[in-house]
Design a protein. Structure first.
Length: 392
């Protein structure tokens, strides 16, 4: 077991109609001039965005709006948000949507509160010293950004996707009504469930420390999401299943499931960032497509964890050698992906990267990771390329 710090300052307001508490929360955390940041589509069609504006209008809280956040949120829109915040004197950012809107809002908060180019933080050239406070109305259970210290942005130039972590950006509050996720397409729901599980699996497959209580929390979370993802395939309007998945999404990425470890592996995420940056695929689907190839490449170096995962999460029988059990666990995970209509390789994801593109992704991944990445097994650029090639 390693020493650890656990910090989760976000106030969570969970359940039906909780979005009606918005103005009280904004006032509680000192917001006087808001930027409402959102994507579009569902938050407009559902009437949620107008409901938010009506509440703020009736309470006398001023605001400006910026839509347009997209999956794999773009740096160009972040720059627009920073300029808008500075021009309008914004002191609080409200993200209405899923992880893309939240990550973009965090980046805008960094840029508005610090001098210089906000991309410097994501390019790891310097550290942020402040961030405008962020609040969230969550409409998609997936990234866990509503409680996390992380934000991922894609720079259009060079199609580079990078993440930045700092406690400064952790949202002050997160309004989480599972009913707001019921209009999502099945594909987005499945992508979200995949991302939630991966956030915990990244922390689980490690050669650096572990705690039994943390493992039990992680394994319970993984089983819960797996079971409820299957329920939502059959019954998308099931409130209880939506609630289980939504709360799991927050717990999977607020640091809880990594307490006592070395921080986790994160190779699958880094590998997917390059896929998402180059091909603009849905993040959860990209993770599902790369995970099996990564797992088969590293499992011998982290055999005890893969065996434990196979038995305790995937329900594999404890018969045969440890390697056989571990491999059956990997196969069972891929079977689950297929059950929720997620891809298990790049071809199923709908992309056919060339050798040159895979080499470029491996190089950018290595550069972004500072040369190597991983805890289950330390991966070099050569290893990253081999995993990409195996995932075709």
């Amino acid at each position: 077991m390693y020493n650890f710090k656990f910090y989760a300052p976000t106030k969570v307001v969970f359940g039906r109609n909780t979005e009606e508490q918005l103005t009280d929360l904004v006032r509680e955390f000192g917001g006087k001039k808001l930027l409402i940041h959102y994507g579009g589509g569902s938050v407009i069609r559902s009437g949620l965005l107008q409901k938010v504006k009506d509440q703020l209008d009736s309470s006398g809280i001023s605001y400006v709006s910026l839509g347009g956040a997209v999956p794999n949120p773009r740096l160009g829109l972040v720059y627009q948000g920073i300029e808008l915040c500075r021009r309008e004197g914004v002191d609080f950012i409200l993200a209405v949507g899923g992880g893309s809107a939240i990550d973009s809002a965090k980046a805008i908060g960094y840029g508005a509160a610090n001098e210089g180019d906000v991309w410097d933080f994501y390019d790891h050239k310097r550290q942020a010293s402040a961030c405008l406070p962020v609040g969230v109305i969550l409409t998609l259970a997936a990234t866990g950004s509503e409680m996390s210290d992380s934000s991922v942005i894609t720079r259009e130039e060079g199609l580079v996707k990078r993440g930045y972590n700092s406690d400064l950006c952790r949202p002050r509050f997160a309004i989480m009504n599972p009913e707001l996720t019921m209009t999502l397409p099945d594909y987005q729901t499945a992508c979200g469930c995949t991302d939630i599980m991966m956030h915990t699996m990244e922390r689980y497959f490690t050669n650096g420390g572990n705690m039994e209580i943390t493992d039990a929390l992680a394994e319970g979370l993984l089983r819960t999401v797996k079971e409820n993802a299957l329920i939502l395939r059959r019954d998308p309007g099931n409130y209880d299943a939506r609630a289980e998945v939504m709360w799991a999404g927050s717990l999977a990425h607020n640091g809880l499931t990594g307490c006592g470890s070395d921080g986790g592996d994160w190779a699958s995420h880094k590998l997917e960032h390059e896929i998402g940056g180059l091909f603009d695929v849905a993040h959860g689907a990209g993770l599902a497509a790369i995970w099996g190839s990564w797992a088969r490449y590293v499992y011998r170096d982290c055999l005890s964890r893969f065996r434990k995962f196979a038995v305790n999460v995937m329900g594999v029988a404890e018969t045969g050698f440890d390697e056989e059990i571990a491999l059956r666990g990997i196969e069972a995970m891929e079977d689950f992906y297929r059950q929720i209509h997620m891809p298990t390789n790049l071809h199923e994801l709908g992309i056919e990267p060339t050798e040159e593109q895979m080499a470029d992704m491996a190089h950018k991944c290595a550069v972004g990771a500072g040369g190597s990445i991983g805890s289950a097994r330390k991966l070099s650029e050569k290893d990253m390329l081999a995993i990409y090639q195996a995932s075709r």
